[in-house]
Design a protein around this ligand. Structure first.
Ligand code: ATP
Length: 601
């Protein structure tokens, strides 16, 4: 199985080569994000090096002040002590200023990187085909934009700072200690072994716990989003109690993992403090004797103690970095996977412009399957002349919506071609394709915003009059006028809520305004009541007059306005003719129509 794109997300056990492939992908993404801010990164590094050096100089200066400045002062020479104090002050101020500057600069870098990544994820996910969105759940998409980006933000905001400053601080401190006094350096070296053992122990255990914690929190998000997305089904089937139990279990497992993480820190933190204190005690003991023997000055003793103590300070923060690094690395892996996905319907390399499409649609030798082993359209030929109105009927699962999706190029055929005015849809300029072919579906999705804005999606530069005219043409004007703020009513605010049928009318107005050469209505009148449907049918006569139209409808009333009826079964057209011919015949459509007429009586 491959790990390219999002496929790797479902797996946990990778081979070495696969892990390498995923890491390389993450690093490439990180590299491409840092490239535009590389100058700032170098500057920030320089600042942090200088400011850490300034901070680390403190104990050495204190030692100098005590061992050289004080005796000189006793001899009435105040200059060495004053100079030491001055240098200490300058180092302190410089360190503080540089840290302040560094903090601002690193925040800018992290903001730039995050904004870039956030935009890339949004734009790319939006570009991915319907095929991708139909299998990649909304919970996962939301996690990519929220918790994953948060994990990366956390790493950039504090994690990297802590790591870089921590490593530099510990290295500079160790170097300063060795330079000041080799013996103390040896004592510190003695602490390194237990330190390495403790840190390694912590890393090994925390790695698996942090992973479990991320998995548990992701499951919580996915469960929450899916429950809320399906809230209607939840209420209709009264599954609240069941959901509560399932969610409760997820929360409990999240709590358990976090409790174990805290237990781990409960051993690691005191362990660090203990090693630090034992080392300081050892330095005090060894150097105390050396001071008594006159081998070491008292100021140097103090400085060695301060360096030893300070050496351990960044350890805990660096252990925390490990956590944020792990989360961010996992997040980066998943985000880079989404960004690696290629749209199932790629934009043409040499797009053909079709300014004024006539609307002839042809399916030539088309074969189509969603999954390799299950063919939906085995072999499909169809010629729809420009301006014809087709009613597409057939039983559930016959492949009607699939045909509509191929016609709108939501999918590409596995074999053969779908053409508009003799141009393969794959070669058509995406802008021309969207202008020429519009599909209205049953969902009739409305975006946040006013009714007018929702209609104007069909033609963003439309005037208010054009919007009203479009609404009037599909019989939506009256109800829109009766909404609290008319065309300016926000469809997602209380009071502005519209019914499913009204939503469909708005999406009709949107399609009418877009004025495409080919209009596909996939169950687009299913939520309308019979009088509204009749109204729309009248409007449809005008709406469909000068364009090619494909109407998929279970209610056969639509057939009356069609020039031609296609009956589909198992991905094939089994009947094709004018409504009258088919009704008066003895085929499937005649039976369906008779049954439908009877149901009306
Ligand atoms: N995204 C998908 N992935 C895999 N299989 C799919 C997908 N969408 C549809 N199918 C399958 O393709 C077949 C045809 O489905 P399609 O939606 O085209 O039927 P339909 O004639 O429009 O049915 P209905 O009248 O119920 O809407 C069905 O067997 C369905 O299971």
């Amino acid at each position: 199985m491959t790990v390219s794109g999002v496929k790797g997300e479902e797996r946990h056990n990778f081979t070495k080569a696969e892990s390498k492939q995923i890491r390389a992908r993450s690093l490439r993404l990180l590299g491409s994000l840092l490239l535009p801010v590389r100058a700032k990164v170098v500057l920030a590094m320089l600042m942090v090096v200088v400011s850490t050096a300034a901070q680390v100089s403190g104990p050495a200066l204190i030692a100098f002040g005590i061992d050289r400045g004080l005796p000189a002062l006793l001899e009435q020479d105040w200059l060495p002590l004053a100079a030491t104090g001055g240098v200490y002050l300058v180092a302190g101020v410089l360190g503080a200023l540089l840290i302040a500057w560094y903090t601002v600069l690193s925040a800018r870098i992290s903001q730039a990187v995050l904004i870039d990544l956030r935009k890339r994820v949004f734009l790319h996910t939006q570009k991915l085909s319907l095929e991708f969105h139909e299998s990649y759940t909304s919970g996962r998409i939301i996690s990519r934009q929220t918790s994953d980006l948060d994990a990366i933000r956390e790493l950039l905001d504090s994690g990297i700072n802590q790591l870089v400053q921590g490593i530099l601080y510990m290295s500079f401190t160790a170097i300063a200690l060795v330079l000041l006094d080799g013996t103390s350096g040896l004592v510190l070296l003695g602490a390194v072994l237990p330190l390495v053992i403790l840190t390694r122990w912590f890393q090994v255990r925390s790695q698996s716990l942090f992973r479990q914690s991320r998995v548990a929190s992701a499951s919580l998000i996915v469960r929450f989003v899916e429950t809320m997305t399906g809230i209607r089904a939840v209420k209709a089937f009264r599954t609240e109690k069941h959901n509560e139990t399932v969610f409760g279990k997820l929360v409990e497992s999240y709590r358990m993992v976090n409790a174990r993480v805290i237990q781990l820190f409960g051993v690691f933190d005191p362990g660090l403090v203990l090693i630090g204190n034992v080392t300081v005690a050892a330095v005090l003991l060894v150097n105390g004797f050396r001071v008594a023997d006159g081998q070491l000055a008292i100021g140097a003793l103090l400085a060695t103690l301060l360096y030893t103590r300070r050496f351990f300070d960044p350890m805990e923060e660096m252990a925390m970095f490990y956590n944020s690094y792990q989360s961010a690395a996992a997040a980066l892996e998943k985000i880079s996977g989404v960004l690696e996905e290629r749209p199932g319907v790629p934009d043409p390399v040499a797009p053909v412009d079709l300014w004024e499409a006539h609307g002839r649609v042809r399916f030539d030798n088309v074969q189509f399957a969603y999954q390799a082993d299950r063919e939906i359209l085995p072999h499909f030929d169809l010629d729809i002349p420009a301006g014809q109105t087709i009613a597409l009927v057939g039983s559930t699962g016959a492949g009607k919506s699939t045909l509509a999706k191929l016609m709108s190029r939501f999918y590409d055929p596995t074999d053969g071609q779908v053409r508009l005015d003799d141009v393969d849809l794959r070669d058509l300029h995406p802008k021309d394709l969207r202008r020429a072919i519009v599909m209205v579906t049953q969902e009739a999705y409305l975006f946040s915003g006013s009714v007018a804005e929702n209609i104007a999606i069909g033609k963003p530069d439309a005037s208010a009059q054009q919007i009203c005219a479009a609404a009037a043409a599909v019989g939506a004007h009256e109800f829109i006028e009766n909404l609290p703020n008319g065309y300016d009513t926000d469809v997602n605010k209380r009071g502005g809520r519209v019914s499913a049928g009204q939503r469909q009318l708005i999406s009709f107005a949107r399609a009418f305004l877009a004025n495409p050469a080919v209009l596909i209505l996939d169950e687009a009148t299913s939520s309308l009541d019979i009088p509204s449907e009749r109204l729309v049918q009248e409007a449809l006569q005008t709406l469909l007059a000068d364009r090619t139209a494909v109407i998929i409808a279970h209610r056969l009333s639509t057939v009356a306005i069609a020039d031609r009826v296609l009956v589909m079964e198992h991905g094939r057209i089994v009947e094709d003719g004018t409504p009258n011919d088919l009704i008066s015949g003895t085929g499937r459509f005649a039976t369906m129509h008779a049954a439908w007429r009877e149901s009306l009586v």
